[in-house]
Write a protein that binds this ligand. Structure first.
Ligand SMILES: [Zn+2]
Length: 482
């Protein structure tokens, strides 16, 4: 029985779906104005593990992730620093980062959005993240957003001023329930850091449609005048355009709780009069060297920084899985290198099993049972990885280990199977012939000869001869070197 932690109820609940066997899932996606950081990637890997777990457990999943390609006014890193760890990612004042990136890179905002959308897709592929079934872009769904804003005005939940169409938070009963007391912290942030628009009725009221910004590059006609949508409305409008309401699962980073998701709920439920989402799930932050990560702090690493150090993105994925998704995780290069070494050890073992598996074998059922119950316990991936360690250490036929790992890796996605069949049947024959020669030399007490063969196997094939090992007489150690 799958149990997931629901931010809305603040406890682990047994998971049920609106339609038996089917899951509709929406993940808040990237704003495409720069290369995504490893902090962003942690959230997407979490969403991917959630999807793969649901599929492993037999659900048919429909996954939708938005691409925010409209520029919005956002708080700067400097502003965020002042707030410490309370992340408020969208405010009514600040900088439009897409416009800023376009000016800096001498591109149009459209080109910036296109370029970084492509980089995002490359990144998630490198991280072994399955492609969502739909990746809707905000600019492709202006009509849906305008329709929802019109409904909100008609129902008395929104009002038009000279600067914007605002959502009236005082009209929506239960505004801020998702965030609970975090709203008090948000209140402080609103008071200290945000210049108020005088046309706004209540401090939490937020923009649905921005008006009178003639310098903004992206503009559309609307019943209220030319302008562009607020950030939050795209997720309410697009999630309901592609998924049935109530949506089974909606995810994002914990920074989305006090503002973005709070506002998404208000918009969607005010417009439809029905529950928006059944399970809200949030991934915790990634810190770097014990500090907050930020572009201005110079520690907002991307996959390029990993490439420079020759580290496979799948090792970052392994690093993420070694902590529970609701725990703040501290990134250090040392910790990543340790994860990289561990993942290589697993790969080496798989190469060995592939070469030794002679016939189909199954691992004892207890491995699958343990692995599944780790997943069902609110995606306890550290526990799932412990089952993989048990599998590596177990005294089992290589074919049985291989079958179990193939099964587990449909969720974990850490092995990278493409390049794993390192040896042709001819090479395996050569290796085994050399091992027989070595055995013969040892039996004849020709130890120099035996050592020479051992060294040759290591240098030529990355293979270590194992004396008296269960299941196989040699193992591959070419990647981990041990
Ligand atoms: Zn969103």
């Amino acid at each position: 029985m799958l149990h997931l932690y629901n931010t809305a109820t603040k406890r682990k609940e047994s998971f049920t779906t609106q339609t038996p066997g089917k899951v509709g899932m929406y993940n808040c996606g990237p704003t495409v104005y720069s290369r995504l950081t490893i902090g962003n990637h942690r959230t997407y890997v979490f969403a991917d593990i959630l999807r793969r777990t649901l599929e492993y457990l037999g659900y048919e999943v429909r996954q939708v992730m938005n691409i925010t390609d409209v520029g919005h006014l956002t708080m700067t890193d400097e502003d965020k620093k002042k707030q410490g760890d309370i992340e408020i990612t969208d405010t009514d004042d600040g900088l439009d980062r897409m416009e800023k990136a376009a000016a800096k890179e001498n591109k149009t905002v459209w080109e910036v959005a296109e370029y970084y959308t492509e980089r995002f897709i490359e990144d998630i592929e490198a991280l072994g993240i399955k492609m969502p079934h739909v990746l809707p872009r905000a600019t492709g769904h202006i009509r849906e957003q305008i329709d929802m804003i019109s409904t909100l005005i008609d129902k008395g939940y929104a009002y038009v001023t000279e600067s914007a169409v605002y959502f009236d938070t005082s009209k929506f009963k239960g505004y801020g329930e998702l965030a609970g007391q975090e709203l008090d912290e948000k209140m402080v942030a609103v008071r200290t850091d945000v210049e108020k628009d005088e046309t706004k009725r209540n401090p939490f009221d937020f923009r649905l449609w921005q008006l009178n910004q003639p310098d903004h590059s992206m503009q559309w006609d609307s019943p209220w005048g030319r302008g562009y949508p607020g950030w939050h409305i795209e997720c309410s409008a697009m999630s309901l355009a592609y998924l049935e309401q109530p949506i089974d699962i909606h995810t994002g980073g914990t920074d989305h709780i006090p503002v973005h998701h709070t506002n998404e709920i208000a918009q969607a439920e005010a417009a439809t009069g029905e529950q928006f989402v059944r399970f809200w799930m949030h991934g915790a932050f990634l810190r770097v060297d014990g500090k907050r990560m930020g572009k201005s702090l110079g520690n907002a690493y991307t996959l390029d920084d990993l490439a420079e150090k020759g580290i496979d993105p799948l090792s970052l994925r392994y690093f993420f899985l070694a902590a529970h998704y609701r725990q703040i995780l501290n990134f250090t290069w040392e910790a990543l290198l340790a994860a990289d070494a561990r993942r290589k050890t697993i790969r080496d073992a798989v190469v060995t099993w592939l070469a030794h598996a002679k016939r189909a074998e199954k691992a004892p059922e207890s491995f699958k049972t343990d692995f599944t119950s780790a997943l069902e316990d609110d995606l306890n991936m550290p526990k799932a990885l412990a089952v993989v360690s048990d599998l590596l250490d177990a005294d089992l036929d290589p074919a049985a280990k291989l079958a179990a790992m193939e099964d587990f890796d449909t969720v974990l996605g850490i092995v990278g199977w493409e390049s794993l069949r390192k040896f042709t049947p001819e090479e395996i024959e050569t290796i085994e012939e050399k091992l027989r020669n070595r055995e013969l030399a040892r039996n004849n007490k020709q130890y120099e000869e035996a050592d020479a063969i051992r060294a040759e196997l290591l240098n030529t094939f990355g293979v270590i001869a194992e004396d008296g090992a269960a299941g196989h007489a040699w193992r591959y150690a070419g990647e981990s070197g041990q």
